[in-house]
Design a protein around this ligand. Structure first.
Ligand SMILES: [Zn+2]
Length: 382
């Protein structure tokens, strides 16, 4: 039976609004504030201000890098179809300022009459998801099952809509109560995102318990013609699952983010960030010997082993340098400014384009990463 995997770019339609919100508040669509997060509103606001200032600096810097970027774009486009080249370039330059391309994906797997989704994206992107399903000849009601890697809003935000259509939602037991009763989740996230909550995430509704299926580590789930295997993979979040389909892995955030030709980068939000668990999860993914990996941020990559090894090195590098910054910081924190400098150097070394740098920042903002690293270091190093 022919099996097809389609990457759906669920972030495209609403991206203009997200960019607006991002500029106003420093908030990002890719993270909620998980229920146990211990960070004060004022700290958040301060960090947001810093983030805005940093963005201004980056914009100035980016203007200087414009020439370099144009060169990169030229090289990229040379690989593409000549007939489409000019149109694509024009289109791209028009969209760049308003959209966040390649930020959040959902994955459609089709086999015979069975169609399932891995991830749903946030509810704010549901119209776009519907549109892309339609382009594949499907409606949301045709989806037999939704497999969530974890319950962060950018991955699971509109799972409730599918549940209302009668679709079972498969997830980690630790995510169960938050999806059944999302009040705490919404309350915490609202403290961060303030009035941008709706723009960024849309609605978050409870899911009836009988529609939520808790899976165990190693469990095989069959939906019609398809079988998916759950692998518990903590590190980014305690309730994280890598879903295996044949020799393909759907890795959520535990295999990091990777935009275009950029590096593998680990997003490190609070409260569950765990360095040693993450390293173990990377080893587990390597041992599964996948042929391809699907990153929610962003897309398919056919070099899983080099990717995972590079991610492991990036994690070491990030934690080692952050530890040094943490130990020398009077407040016992990893300052967001340190991460700004770290990633700026990192991306510069990689020679990645302006739009990719922005995409990394949208997916994994440093004010959030700094809180995750600080929390982990305060727990483990003091
Ligand atoms: Zn994510």
């Amino acid at each position: 039976m022919k099996k097809i995997i389609i990457v759906l770019m669920v972030s495209l339609l609403s991206a203009g609004s997200f960019t607006y919100a991002q500029n106003k508040t420093g908030a990002d669509m890719s993270k909620e504030c998980p229920p146990n997060q211990e960070c004060s509103k004022d700290m958040m606001k301060d960090d947001m201000k810093k983030d805005d200032m940093k963005k201004d600096d980056m914009m100035k810097d980016d203007m200087k890098k414009d020439d370099m970027k144009k060169d990169d774009m030229k090289k990229d486009n040379m690989k593409k179809d000549d007939m489409k080249k000019d149109d694509m370039k024009k289109d791209k330059s028009k969209k760049e300022k308003k959209q966040k391309p390649q930020s959040v994906a959902a994955f459609l797997i089709k086999s015979g009459k069975t169609a399932v989704l891995v991830e749903t994206g946030p509810d704010s992107c549901y119209p776009e998801l519907e549109k892309q399903l339609k382009a594949s000849g499907l409606s949301p009601a045709d989806i037999s099952a939704v497999f969530l890697t974890h319950i962060h809003f950018d991955h699971a935000g509109c799972a409730w809509r599918f549940a209302r259509n009668g679709t079972k939602i498969y997830l980690h037991p630790n995510g169960f109560r938050h999806m059944a009763n999302p009040e705490k989740l919404i309350e915490s996230a609202s403290r961060i995102y303030l009035d941008q909550m709706d723009v960024l995430w849309g609605k978050i509704e409870p899911i009836e318990e009988q529609m939520l299926v808790q899976v165990q580590d190693g469990e095989r789930v069959t939906a019609g013609d398809l079988t998916m295997t759950a692998h518990f993979t903590p590190g980014h979040a305690k309730h994280h699952i890598v879903w295996q389909f044949g020799d393909s892995l759907f890795t959520g955030d535990v295999a990091g983010c990777r935009i275009g030709t950029g590096p593998a980068v680990a997003p490190t939000p609070p409260p569950d960030l765990d360095y040693s668990e993450w390293k173990k999860s990377i080893e587990l993914m390597k041992a599964l010997n996948p042929r391809e990996i699907y990153l929610t941020h962003f897309g398919r990559f056919d070099d899983p082993h080099p990717h995972l090894e590079a991610l492991s090195r990036q994690l070491d590098f990030l934690f080692n340098l952050s530890e040094a910054a943490f130990r020398r910081n009077e407040k016992n924190e990893v300052p967001a400014g340190f991460l700004d400098a770290f990633f700026e150097a990192y991306y510069r070394a990689w020679h990645i384009g302006n739009d990719a740098v922005t995409a990394y920042g949208n997916i994994s903002p440093n004010w959030m990463n700094a809180q995750g690293l600080t929390r982990w270091m305060q727990k483990n190093l003091t």
